[in-house]
Ligand binder design. Sequence first.
Ligand SMILES: [Zn+2]
Length: 66
Amino acid sequence: MKPSDTAYWIRNTHIFQRDEYVCSNCGARFVRPSKFCKECGCRMTGTKSDVGWVDEMEAFDAIFDD
Ligand SMILES: [Zn+2]
């Protein structure tokens, strides 16, 4: 694990299930995105989905509150 490595989330949207976030580096899947991949430790630079890049980083703190 190199803390300086960066990656991004690939968002898989599901109609009947919660969205899934896949680490672009190691392929680990999470229900919630975070600033660092809990699996490989990469720093996440953003989220990519079918509609393109989405800036969700500012929303992460709010997500963690619940
Ligand atoms: Zn990862």
